[in-house]
Design a protein around this ligand. Structure first.
Ligand SMILES: Cc1cc2nc3c(=O)[nH]c(=O)nc-3n(C[C@H](O)[C@H](O)[C@H](O)COP(=O)(O)OP(=O)(O)OC[C@H]3O[C@@H](n4cnc5c(N)ncnc54)[C@H](O)[C@@H]3O)c2cc1C
Length: 489
């Protein structure tokens, strides 16, 4: 096939689709608005400090192996990985600190010190997570099931018997653990899915298998090394990249799809949008070609936005592990302020990344590159005063709860929140992660990859099935590419 395919946006979904499509011999051009590729996984390099701007947890190594394996490669051909131990550190705001070990047996023993019987409960929790992961990945994620009726086959129903669909994560976790801290350990991963314990279905307990059995890795140089590896792979398959060029309009003229940027009109046999699905439909396509209308997009449950502070700091950060979580005893109030009554949290649960703990190359000698990520409601609008007030609050919180005083040590600082997400990535409403994984927005209920209204128009990335997170976007790119090839053939 020598048809032309234009991919809009070089996030992980677009990069993945580019490799699969170019590998089929298609003439692939990726058009990206930013100078850098990687989308939400951009890199910020200033004053000798290097920050991954988005993803910092390399999880599900099996999916990366599978992805590169499709092209007879392995991740190590492009970047090297280190397994972290501990997986992460938690500062509970009652003064307690927990280092969660990479070895699940050690983790079980640690949990037993929090609650009698927790070691055994953890073992069976993890067994359940493993089963759910295996069924979930094989039946619902890796196989591309496009329609509800695909789920009604006897085989699928039989295999899915053990998966809790209706129950919520909070109820599931309470069946195993009474201790609120252990409940939080099993649930913090929901933030990766853009959900809360009360709006995410229990099937996502599979994330504990990802966390404890599969482990947490760090790609040397940061997650941007993965982006660079994927771009190189796509180029090796023959894909071309045009960066710093924003797509302004996608349309259909004389039996062809047309992509317009400021200076060019590109004719294509197929278009795959890896830009935010909602943005593509509302801003780039004429109404007649949208599958979902503005009301649909306005009525979705959006994953949180993020208040991010990238900080270049003098000295080492002795108390901050590579991945560190700071959690209040009761985090429901924070979740309510994200999903129910949008407001800035006054006692936030947040994540601190200190890549300098593992990698000397991300900061000048004797200095540290860190970032703080506070999940907030996607639509929060913050002026400069709000931002500075919130920053000071987080600095106080770090001093009080993580024994880390940053004042007087900050040499570089950048705050990045909803407005920047919109400006840099054309994020719809300023969301960091697109739409959440509620039951009504999971799997077949996520927006479709193949447009229902426009011929040869497709979507990839975190809005589509399987959803949020780097590994999921790799799979989404593969499934989108399969549809393009199927239709062009
Ligand atoms: C702060 C943060 C932390 C995260 N942490 C993790 C983590 O630790 N681990 C993990 O697995 N996942 C994590 N995620 C989630 C993960 O990063 C995303 O799910 C994933 O990167 C999304 O990829 P995507 O392909 O859907 O879209 P994007 O990355 O958003 O890519 C879309 C691309 O399209 C471009 N674009 C938009 N409009 C146009 C246009 N008109 N013309 C041309 N180009 C356009 C954008 O510039 C962008 O480059 C995190 C996300 C964020 C924001």
């Amino acid at each position: 096939m020598n048809n032309k395919v234009v991919i809009v946006g070089a996030g992980f979904g677009g990069l993945s689709a580019a490799s699969f499509l170019a590998d089929e011999g298609l003439d692939v051009e990726v058009v990206e608005k930013n100078k850098q590729v990687g989308g939400r996984a951009s890199v910020l390099e200033e004053d000798g400090f290097k920050f991954d701007m988005g993803p910092s947890w390399y999880l599900m190594p099996d999916i990366f192996d599978r992805f590169f394996g499709k092209f007879d490669h392995e991740p190590e051909d492009y970047y090297s990985l280190t397994r972290l131990d501990p997986n992460y550190r938690i500062f509970f705001k009652d003064g307690d600190q927990m280092d969660v070990p990479a070895d699940p047996e050690k983790a079980g023993k640690l949990f037993e010190t929090y609650e009698d019987g927790a070691e055994e409960a953890f073992e069976s929790y993890l067994q359940k997570s493993k089963e759910t992961y295996e069924i979930g990945m094989n039946e619902f994620v890796l196989k591309d099931r496009n329609n509800f009726r695909d789920y009604l086959s006897l085989d699928v129903l039989k295999n899915a018997r053990g998966i809790s669909l209706i129950k919520k994560m909070q109820d599931h976790v309470e069946e195993y653990f009474d201790n609120p801290k252990l409940q939080q350990v099993m649930q913090y991963t929901l933030v990766f899915l853009g959900g809360s314990p009360t709006n995410t279905p229990a099937l996502y307990n599979l994330m504990s298998h990802v966390d404890f059995n599969m482990g947490v890795y760090y790609p040397e140089g940061g997650v941007y090394s993965v982006v660079e590896g994927m771009k190189q792979l796509a180029q090796e398959q023959g894909a071309e990249f045009s960066t710093g060029e924003e797509v302004k309009r996608i349309d259909r003229e004389n039996g062809k799809n047309v992509v317009e940027t400021e200076n060019r009109r590109i004719e294509a046999d197929a278009v795959v949008s890896g830009a935010d699905y909602a943005f593509t439909e509302v801003e780039l396509l004429p109404d007649e070609y949208t599958t979902y209308d503005e009301d649909y997009w306005n009525s979705r449950t959006y994953a949180p936005g993020a208040f991010l502070m990238y900080l270049g700091v003098e000295g080492e950060l002795d108390n901050i592990d590579h991945h560190t979580l700071v959690l209040p005893e009761d985090w429901n109030d924070h979740f309510d302020k994200i999903f129910e009554d949008p407001e800035m949290p006054d006692n936030p649960a947040y994540y601190v990344c200190n890549a300098s703990d593992t990698d000397d190359a991300v900061a000048p000698e004797g200095k540290s590159a860190m970032f703080v990520l506070v999940p907030i409601a996607a639509e929060m609008e913050l002026d400069e005063e709000d931002r500075q007030r919130f920053k000071e609050m987080i600095l106080d919180d770090l001093e009080e709860n993580a024994d880390t005083d940053l004042r007087g040590r900050i040499e570089y600082e950048k705050i990045f929140a909803g407005e920047e997400f919109q400006r840099r990535y054309n994020s719809f409403n300023g969301t960091a992660l697109g739409i959440a994984h509620t039951l009504r927005q999971t799997s077949v209920f996520r927006p479709k990859q193949r447009s229902k209204q426009m011929e040869n128009m497709y979507y990839t990335g975190q809005y589509t099935n399987p959803g949020i997170g780097v590994p999921m976007c790799l799979i989404s790119g593969e499934h989108a590419a399969e549809k393009v090839v199927e239709d062009l053939e």
